[in-house]
Design a protein around this ligand. Structure first.
Ligand SMILES: NC(=O)c1ccc[n+]([C@@H]2O[C@H](COP(=O)([O-])OP(=O)(O)OC[C@H]3O[C@@H](n4cnc5c(N)ncnc54)[C@H](OP(=O)(O)O)[C@@H]3O)[C@@H](O)[C@H]2O)c1
Length: 354
């Protein structure tokens, strides 16, 4: 058997990190060499992973020498200054945070309240959405896995935008389970605040919005169809789509449901054909006949997409698990592509229903 790749997981005791460790522990090509956490440094892995047979103790920071890949599951702004050192030591990096997702460094102060600490790395980073960037991901050294909301919204909209079947004004109404906010408790995600309740937040602008615009706008530029040209012409922002994105916190542990609305520039049949064609052969994004529920996708790396219309408006719904296809499953999927493994390795899970 070929030598296994040595992996470090930074932030292994957070929700994204724990999900990654669970997935990587069953990956035949990976040796989990280092798990890091400041609060668990020096404690055995079993203190966080009692169900996995993992020997070793948490480090406070990855030591990248001899490591093939660092999976960074740190909060945004934390790993951005460290990734350059990991790359210089010879490790490739799969970053689950937002630090390398936006191509334009001038956007970071607005959305992340600081100048980007390593803007020179942005050109190297590949946006880790395999349905759009599989070719660039092969051999990639720095992968920026998209946000959970962004994954659902982009996968819900990409075929329509690429085919020029969407008007330039798009609405994304999305609901997330509370694990989307991470493991450390804050008032907004406290059980007694969230249970039996539902509310919108970040109405003035959520950080995932520019990722969605970046990727969908690139698709309108990539297509050369009369519809796409019409979409560009009708855009009030010089070719960019307008995405009104409103996230909601739902009283559930995991899952994202994105309901997307746009003016349909064609027939429903054309729209459905465009989705079927776009996702033909994609292992994890499936066009389904009914509007999906979050539970259907729960614990899997699937994104389930339904295409419908009401009057002249298309209504596309997408459901995924924020910690798997919306985070760590997609990180593993990108890693598989980058290192030449079968894309589905460690990601085929039995159906979890109900
Ligand atoms: N949750 C999701 O659904 C989701 C989806 C997509 C992407 N992501 C992204 O994935 C990353 C991790 O999210 P999460 O949900 O796993 O968050 P989390 O549960 O809060 O975990 C954060 C991790 O980072 C470590 N950490 C926190 N502050 C740190 C600092 N200043 N320096 C070094 N380490 C620090 C924490 O461990 P110690 O405090 O012990 O060091 C913990 O391991 C974030 O960037 C998030 O945006 C999350």
């Amino acid at each position: 058997m070929a030598k296994r790749l040595k992996a470090a997981v930074a932030g292994a005791n957070g929700y994204a990190g724990m999900t990654l460790v669970n997935l990587l522990s069953r990956h035949p090509g990976v040796e989990l060499e280092q798990l890091t956490s400041r609060s668990f440094a020096g404690k055995p892995y079993a203190s966080v992973f009692p169900l996995l047979e993992l020997e070793g103790e948490f480090l406070s920071e990855p030591v990248p020498d001899g490591i093939d890949v660092v999976f960074s599951c740190l909060p945004h702004n934390v790993g951005a200054g460290k990734a350059g050192g990991w790359l210089a030591a010879g490790a490739r990096v799969v970053d689950m945070s937002a630090d390398f997702r936006l191509k334009d460094s001038s956007q970071y102060p607005k959305w992340y309240r600081q100048e980007h600490p390593a803007p020179e790395l942005l050109a190297k980073a590949v946006f880790g959405l395999p349905e759009l960037h599989e070719r660039e991901l092969a051999g990639a050294e720095l992968i920026a896995a998209p946000g959970c909301y962004s994954t659902a919204a982009i996968l819900a909209l990409a075929p329509a935008v690429a085919a020029g079947l969407a008007g330039a004004d798009i609405i994304v109404d999305a609901k997330s389970g509370v694990s989307g906010s991470g493991r450390s408790v804050s008032m907004g995600v406290h059980f007694s605040e969230v249970n039996e309740s539902l509310g919108a937040y970040a109405i003035e602008g959520h950080r995932h919005q520019p990722e969605i615009v970046q990727e969908l706008t690139a698709l309108t530029r990539a297509v050369d169809s009369p519809h796409a040209a019409a979409t560009r012409r009708s855009s009030p922002h010089g070719g960019e789509l307008t995405v009104t994105f409103v996230p909601h916190l739902a009283p559930m542990t995991r899952g994202i449901l994105a309901t997307c609305y746009f003016d349909l520039k064609g027939s429903l049949k054309q729209l459905r054909d465009a989705y079927r064609e776009f996702y033909a052969g994609q292992p994890f994004t499936r066009v389904v006949p009914q509007s999906p529920t979050t539970k259907l996708a729960s614990h899997s790396n699937l994104c389930l997409v339904n295409v419908a219309a009401q009057n002249e408006k298309a209504v596309v719904t997408a459901a995924l698990d924020n910690l798997v296809k919306g985070a760590s499953g997609q990180g593993v999927e990108c890693f598989n592509i980058a290192f030449g493994f079968d894309r589905k390795t460690a990601l085929e899970t039995p159906v979890q229903w109900p």
